[in-house]
Design a protein around this ligand. Structure first.
Ligand code: C2G
Length: 131
């Protein structure tokens, strides 16, 4: 079984999130998604998500082609995750290109083109200005 993993905040879940998860899953037979915890978002990314971790994780877990959801608590857990989950392919969007190349000694590392024209930040701005 070819196992794929990807990481994300997945706040205000949108089409760009769906598309990266769909393409990641298509690269193997089993998809693990590591969703960043509220603490990680604030402490490491200075981001406060609109939806709490429990909701973001539940939405991702409900997607039919997502097989497993785990919490992302630290930047450094990726190597351990790759080992523990016997990961074959690590996938991220192209905005992260090159960032996680250290994982290449543990698994294939693939950066896929971002879906243009959508982001959680864009959604927040759109709602604030137009709705
Ligand atoms: N993404 C995408 N197209 C978009 C928006 C996001 O392909 N229009 C991808 C990103 O490149 C990323 C994934 O969707 O691979 C999740 O994006 P975010 O939820 O914004 O997560 P991020 O803040 O990038 O956190 O350790 C890695 C981090 O947890 C990733």
């Amino acid at each position: 079984m070819k196992k794929v993993i990807t990481y994300g905040t997945c706040d205000l879940f949108h089409y760009g999130h769906l598309e990266i998860l769909r393409r990641a899953r298509a690269m193997g037979d089993y998809l693990v998604v590591a969703v960043s915890t509220d603490e990680f978002n604030w402490e490491q990314k200075q981001k406060r998500s609109v939806y709490p971790y429990a909701h973001r994780a539940a939405i991702v877990e409900a997607i039919e082609f997502v097989d497993e959801v785990i919490p992302e608590n630290t930047w450094e857990q990726k190597i351990e995750d790759a080992r523990q989950h016997d990961i074959d392919v690590f996938v991220m969007g192209s905005d992260w290109a090159g960032t996680f190349d250290d994982l290449k000694q543990y698994c294939e590392v693939v950066y896929l083109p971002r879906t243009e024209g959508i982001s959680s930040t864009d959604v927040k701005l759109d709602v604030k200005e137009n709705h």
